[in-house]
Design a protein around this ligand. Structure first.
Ligand SMILES: [Zn+2]
Ligand SMILES: [Zn+2]
Length: 261
């Protein structure tokens, strides 16, 4: 199994997971043209994608989903709450997915298969209607994905056990957020229980789930205003007992190139 990112951050997200002929795209927060360009950079044709998984309705995760799915006839999977929220944002886009029979609803606790991949959703506390994150496994390796959560629940901890790769939100550094230029209400939203993970919370999660077979840790969804890649790396590498450079970075512009897991 391998994974790569077309970009990560509040300007747009998209994570590819591939095993043999099976390829899924987790979120798509870029325009159609931008997505096509970013997929080409990773040598993926949109027609190779078997399914698009959507974590939640926020623009940086969902804005590009409908157009990509409609153009290439790709099935889309999301929770009922995410569908309702996306309907409110743009009824037309969801209606066209429904008309073309491309929309599949998932239960936020029920695992499912997309060809060769087993996918397990789990709910997260975030200010969206019914947000989930996912673990993806090919039966041998397991990748855990966690972004857009304001806090860590016992269920998140148990869902992310025994992963061989972790895609972990390091949204902000708490001091940078508090001292930064965001208005107070936005600081409270981002730093709140339904907001985003800061470096230290992410590191403490990692310290609780690390194990000898964890190969890759990627710091993702890093804020350009309230964090630096170095601070994210420092926090996660400290939790792992690794050198800072061993923590990989998912970049907003460049994404992350393929990693075999
Ligand atoms: Zn986001
Ligand atoms: Zn979000």
């Amino acid at each position: 199994m391998r994974f790569a990112s077309i970009g990560s951050g509040s300007g747009g997200n998209g994570l590819l997971i591939q095993q043999a002929d099976t390829c899924v795209l987790l979120d798509c927060g870029f325009s159609l043209k931008e997505t096509e360009m970013r997929l080409a950079r990773l040598a993926i044709e949109p027609s190779q994608i078997d399914a698009i998984l959507v974590t939640h309705e926020h623009q940086d995760h969902a804005s590009g989903v409908s157009r990509l799915a409609a153009k290439y006839q790709i099935p889309v999977l999301m929770t009922y709450g995410t569908m309702r929220a996306m309907q409110q944002q743009s009824i037309k886009q969801i209606e066209s997915l429904l008309e073309e029979d491309l929309l599949n609803l998932i239960d936020s606790h029920q695992g499912f298969e997309v060809a060769d991949l087993f996918i397990q959703p789990f709910p997260v506390p975030h200010d969206a209607r019914e947000p989930v994150q996912f673990t993806i496994s090919d039966g041998r390796a397991k990748l855990g994905v966690l972004t857009d959560t304001g806090s860590i629940t016992p269920h998140i901890l148990s869902s992310l056990k025994n992963c061989h790769g972790l895609w972990l939100e390091c949204n902000h550094d708490l001091d940078m957020l508090h001292q930064g230029a965001y208005p107070l209400s936005l600081k409270q939203r981002v730093g709140g229980r339904l907001g985003h993970l800061d470096n230290q919370t992410s590191a403490s999660l990692l310290a609780q789930i690390k194990h000898a077979d964890l190969q890759f840790v990627v710091a993702a969804h890093i804020s350009a205003q309230n964090n630096t890649p170095d601070l994210a790396r420092q926090a996660l590498s400290h939790a792992m007992g690794w050198q800072a450079e061993q923590i990989l970075l998912a970049d907003q512009q460049a994404g992350l190139s393929w990693l075999n897991i």
